[in-house]
Design a protein around this ligand. Structure first.
Ligand SMILES: [Fe+2]
Ligand SMILES: [Fe+2]
Length: 377
């Protein structure tokens, strides 16, 4: 049966390896195509050459040429995929250095214009609504208290592991929607207008998939009740349609909304990490990382759930930075400055966003780097 499974998946393996070879080739092609003339001026995010450069090979593929490809079903049976399929079926693998995981700060961007204030307040309202429905209370532990963990939990001062998981699962099921909506609409616009998208679609798709991988990771810890699933069904129906319509009206405000939503995600995971490290979620203190997380984030096989939560928080930090930065651009004409490369967590963890001139500068530096790679090869 195992042999059958490998044969079944063999074309996939070949395609993937072939794809990596293509990536290496196209890196050179893009570099030579886009940077062949030094007389051309690359100082603008909506420059024609900038747009051509933004649709090159992906940063993660270019920097991770040795992806391990093991398309093998745990059970050797295609009908049991849901119980655990190993394989490199995802768009990319976020991999973090240990110091990157610790260089994340909880940040908030102050809104300055009407649409930014609206986006920030909508996130606040959504959070308030969810706290109300889920019965979550923001109670501070009294200083110097001698309450036991049980008493703290009963008093609503700390969450138990089930409450943490419920909060995370709901957050992740919602967070996976905006990237897919944005990618869908930009994809359709590209088809409709028969023109390039300036490199935004992949970043939006990656965010959506990244959020879904968060959900899949935490789903290995719990099988939610029918009531919880019904709540997610309703929330998705409402949120997807509202976000879809909103993105048609103002993509910029929608990216700002997501930026604020991700601020909340970073704050939530930061609190969760603190609680685990303080010993207030003992059920998770020594829990091994799920296999799906080890595969996705390329973690050490002996990693713990806490390591996974650190990685998830770094992902959310990327989303925070990218969406707030995109909201500072002209969504119709500017190139996605992160189409080829993103700053590392030392920047994204401590800075809420790039203003437009910073995006322009960053993209210019990326192009210069590619030009140099092209010249050296
Ligand atoms: Fe997430
Ligand atoms: Fe996120």
């Amino acid at each position: 049966m195992l042999q059958h499974s490998i044969i079944t998946f063999a074309p996939h393996v070949t395609r993937r390896v072939g794809y990596n070879a293509l990536v290496v080739g196209s890196l050179r092609l893009t570099a030579s195509r886009s940077f062949s003339s030094s007389a051309q001026r690359y100082n603008d995010l909506n420059d024609r050459q900038a747009k051509a450069a933004a649709v090159g090979p992906h940063k993660h593929d270019a920097s991770s040429p040795s992806l391990s490809v093991t398309a093998i079903n745990h059970n050797g049976d295609i009908s049991h995929q849901n119980k655990g399929t190993h394989g490199d079926w995802v768009l990319f693998h976020p991999v973090y250095a240990p110091e990157e995981l610790k260089s994340v700060e909880v940040l908030h961007r102050e809104a300055t214009c009407f649409s930014d204030k609206l986006a920030a307040n909508l996130v606040k309202f959504s959070k308030w609504g969810y706290d109300l429905v889920s019965g979550f209370r923001h109670k501070t532990i009294p200083p110097g208290t001698d309450m036991t963990l049980e008493q703290l939990r009963e008093g609503g001062y700390v969450l138990n592991e089930k409450q943490w998981l419920q909060r995370i699962l709901f957050l992740e099921s919602i967070a996976g929607v905006p990237g897919m909506v944005a990618a869908t609409l930009r994809h359709l616009q590209s088809l409709r207008l028969m023109r390039r998208d300036n490199g935004w679609i992949h970043t939006c798709l990656e965010e959506a998939e990244n959020e879904r991988m968060h959900l899949m990771t935490f789903m290995t810890l719990r099988n939610p009740s029918i009531f919880f699933r019904a709540m997610i069904l309703g929330a998705q129906g409402v949120f997807y349609n509202l976000f879809f319509l909103s993105y048609l009206i103002s993509p910029r405000a929608c990216h700002r909304f997501v930026g604020h939503l991700e601020e909340e995600a970073v704050a939530t995971y930061t609190k969760c990490i603190k609680e685990i490290e303080a010993g207030r979620v003992p059920e998770w203190s020594d829990l091994p990382a799920p296999q799906i997380a080890i595969d996705y984030w390329r973690l050490d096989p002996n990693s713990k759930l806490l390591d996974v939560i650190y990685a998830v928080r770094s992902d959310e930090t990327s989303h925070r930075f990218v969406n707030h930065s995109l909201a500072n651009l002209d969504v119709n004409t500017d190139v996605n400055p992160f189409a080829l490369q993103e700053p590392d967590m030392h920047t994204k963890g401590k800075k809420i966003a790039f203003e437009r001139p910073e995006s322009e500068q960053y993209f210019k530096e990326t192009r210069d780097m590619l030009r140099k790679v092209s010249a050296d090869s």
